[in-house]
Design a protein around this ligand. Structure first.
Ligand code: F6R
Length: 639
């Protein structure tokens, strides 16, 4: 589709209208106000508003804003009828994973909607009556006059409702079998994949498409790929959200992170006029080299012209000059001296040569992110004589499996028995944890004593990695940030106590370099919260003298890597260093061999880390730079 805007040719690859907001919070407020306006408009006309609602983490902030509007007296729901998309099967409504309970806790209990007007498929209906139940559900929607406004989320496999890949566009409300990827995504809430129900009841694709207006929400980098496919790709049953392309009043509301894969962001020169600054040139040239499958120095004028980069070519005059610039920029990101190379000219190096010995503060959101995400760089910093402190931000206790904890508890109890240690506070704690474990129900929240044990297991593993790397015990700091300590996947909001812990440590270490997990776009994740706490602490301390000399480097904590054009420091690893890093990761025994939070990626953490670091090295090599075994990448962040 080509449209002319202000004499500028704007090309769109998007087949669904997309509204992009800086943050999920901002977007959610807008959507909530849109829903509120519809409800009020219907009220003014004496009509009922029929809402189709979704569950999951995505719409929570929309519901929060609707509740706020209601509390402030600005919005009544007396004329609303709600139909939820789906429900697990079988499930009891009181189970805390049930969508019935979710809706009550997040919306229905806090507003003045008539509870009889809140419809959710029933996860307790016997299977032989399911067909009837589903037909009735469709009929209720029809009798209500059809859905006026359908709110949707999207699964990472492209599902809408629980219409998994393969669902037909004529499907109606029915019982379905959940995709394995959906069950893996739900595993944390259920305390393991095996506890996730295998089936669910869902409105069909045609039920959804009948809604008068549809708004699909998606946040974060995790969803960027599937959103791109749904919006820019072909309509296919393999991506059920792509069926929405056929609807006449649909839009996707997404945040910046989730929009990353859309052509408008991925390759903006293909859709619009762009400003050619260094980052953009790097982005375009690396993209071009990868598209035409050539190293940068072999790109020709034709390659630029044929791939809509004639603007850039005109700016420089010839491909040769652009190629040399970009090649050098990339070359200058590579260094074996992450703390700066002593007595060397640092004009074109990512880090300063002085001070020669730096104080380094490495923040690790969980007890193993330091070694997994930047183990090679960590080791180099220690080996090159810097004073390296590691700060473990959270206890990571919810990621220890029960049987692993039991093994340690048993060890302590056996030891105490052997040496007749009885009636101590510690014996009581371990005995209580053991009693709890013996009767623990599936998915039940751990008691404090068990969480304590799980926390010290992970602490021991992290200390082991520090010793292995050469960091003295007193330079390993266990912060146990309070926001994390809920015992559940859902965490508390950051508070003053969290900020203070980080500020105190920075004040104590007065670092020249801070390393942090830069998962900027992970709206629900611990990594993002941990980063927010560091950024806030650094902002508050910014005026201190020692902070003027402090650089912040971000590594990617999750499995994705920075885009090549963003990388400002790339630290190569030799084959031996790769093996050394692997052994460092092995110190985290509780996170090996079938972990609690495996996610949809069945590889072990050391495998994911190695494949990611190799991929970064291969990418540099593919672009025509030297061939290394592996590389860890960083972005310098201005705070
Ligand atoms: C929920 C639903 C699902 C979710 C989707 C995204 O009622 O129908 O399609 O919207 O799985 O889940 P979250 O929001 O948890 O990422």
């Amino acid at each position: 589709m080509i449209t002319v805007l202000n004499n500028k040719r704007t090309v769109s690859f998007e087949k669904i209208h997309v509204q992009q907001y800086a943050t999920a919070a901002e977007a959610s407020v807008q959507v909530a106000h849109e829903i509120a306006a519809l409800i009020k408009d219907k009220q003014a006309k004496g009509q009922r508003a029929v809402l189709g609602l979704a569950t999951g983490s995505t719409p929570k902030k929309v519901y929060k804003e609707l509740v706020r509007l209601h509390r402030e007296g600005d919005l009544s729901f007396h004329n609303v009828i709600a139909f939820n998309l789906d429900e697990y099967f079988p499930i009891q409504p009181i189970a805390w994973q049930s969508y019935k309970r979710f809706m009550k806790e997040n919306l229905f209990a806090h507003i003045d909607i008539d509870q009889d007007d809140c419809h959710i498929p029933d996860g307790t209906v016997p299977q032989e009556f399911m067909k009837m139940h589903c037909e009735q559900y469709e009929k209720f929607i029809e009798d209500a006059g059809g859905i006026d406004f359908q709110l949707l989320g999207i699964g990472r496999n492209g599902h809408i409702g629980f219409n998994e890949p393969g669902s037909h566009n004529s499907s109606v409300t029915r019982l379905i079998t959940l995709d394995i990827s959906t069950r893996l995504d739900a595993a944390p809430e259920f305390g393991g994949t095996t506890n996730v129900p295998k089936k669910a009841i869902t409105m069909g694709v045609s039920t959804i498409l009948k809604a008068k207006k549809i708004v699909l929400l998606a946040w974060g980098e995790n969803k960027a790929g599937i959103v791109q496919q749904a919006v820019e790709g072909a309509v296919t049953e393999l991506v059920p959200a792509s069926y929405l392309q056929a609807h006449s009043d649909v839009k996707f509301v997404i945040d910046d992170a989730c929009a990353l894969e859309l052509t408008r962001n991925k390759a903006p020169w293909l859709t619009d006029t762009v400003m050619w600054h260094q980052q953009m040139i790097k982005k375009a040239v690396t993209h071009l080299a990868l598209t035409v499958n050539k190293p940068i120095l072999k790109l020709t004028n034709n390659d630029y012209n044929e791939n809509r980069l004639s603007d850039l070519l005109a700016l420089y005059g010839q491909a040769y000059d652009i190629n040399i610039d970009v090649f050098n920029w990339l070359q200058h990101t590579i260094t074996g001296w992450p703390g700066g190379k002593p007595n060397a000219d640092d004009t074109n190096r990512p880090e300063r040569a002085t001070p020669h010995k730096k104080r380094v503060l490495l923040f690790s959101p969980h007890p193993d992110d330091d070694i997994i995400s930047m183990g090679g760089t960590f080791q180099r910093l220690v080996d090159q004589g810097h004073e390296v402190h590691v700060a473990y931000q959270t206890s990571g206790n919810i990621a220890v499996a029960d049987d692993e904890a039991f093994r340690f508890i048993q060890f302590v109890l056996d030891f105490n028995k052997q040496f007749n240690i009885t009636n101590t506070e510690s014996t009581a704690l371990y005995e209580k944890a053991a009693r709890f474990l013996k009767t623990k129900a599936k998915g039940e929240k751990d008691i404090d004593e068990l969480r304590y044990v799980k926390g010290i297991i992970r602490r021991g593993e992290a200390l082991n990695t520090c010793r292995y790397t050469g960091v003295p015990d007193e330079q390993a700091h266990f912060l146990n940030m309070p926001f994390y300590e809920t015992g559940l996947v859902e965490k508390k909001p950051l508070g003053e106590a969290d900020y203070e812990i980080i500020m105190n440590l920075i004040e104590k270490v007065q670092p020249h370099q801070v390393y942090a997990a830069g998962d900027l776009a992970d709206p629900h994740g611990t990594h993002k919260v941990c980063l927010d706490a560091i950024l806030e602490a650094m902002k508050r301390l910014k005026q201190k003298d020692y902070m003027k000399d402090c650089w912040l480097w971000l590594y990617k904590g999750a499995w994705a890597e920075w885009d090549i054009h963003q990388i400002e420091m790339a630290v190569p690893l030799s084959p031996d260093q790769v093996l050394k890093k692997r052994a460092g990761i092995f110190k985290h025994q509780s996170q090996k061999d079938g972990v609690v939070f495996q996610g949809s990626d069945s590889r072990e953490f050391w495998q994911r880390a190695e494949e990611r670091n190799k991929a970064t090295a291969d990418l540099y090599n593919q672009l025509g730079l030297a061939e290394y075994a592996a590389m860890e990448a960083f972005v310098r962040w201005q705070y």
